[in-house]
Design a protein around this ligand. Sequence first.
Ligand code: 5GP
Ligand code: ZN
Length: 140
Amino acid sequence: MTDPNCIFCKIAAGHIPSFKVFEDDVVFAFLDIGPLVTGHTLVIPKAHYPTVMETPPEVLSAINARIPALSRAVLAATGAKACHVLVNNGSEAMQSVDHLHYHILPRKPGDSFRIPWNAGTLDKASGSSLAESIKSELAR
Ligand code: 5GP
Ligand code: ZN
């Protein structure tokens, strides 16, 4: 379950060096080479899955089981008290490496990191039809 052309598969296998912070049988965590903030950490499955949509629930469970301790450790090491845990799924969602990865991004008051969050307004009609459409997809 690895892709010979995938940079994160090579990092998880130790064929490309990284600043590793954690490893078990399923999960690998390491510092991002292009940090958006100090402490920017990536958490990946060792096996190659492109996005959450293809990843088996048990692999997601193994990653999620490690996220609290990893986040606490990143926060403690950087002196931050808050963080984003963020996954980009697909190129339109800003995914550039095609191997599932969770970003842990510690945040501090006054830091320069920004996520544009241009909230719209959900009206009753479109909310209702969209929720119905998602529910029927789930029931398929
Ligand atoms: P994405 O945009 O796909 O959600 O994030 C990919 C992340 O992987 C980026 O933050 C980028 O800096 C990081 N990255 C890409 N190549 C490497 C690498 O070779 N080593 C490490 N440590 N991080 C990488
Ligand atoms: Zn991979």
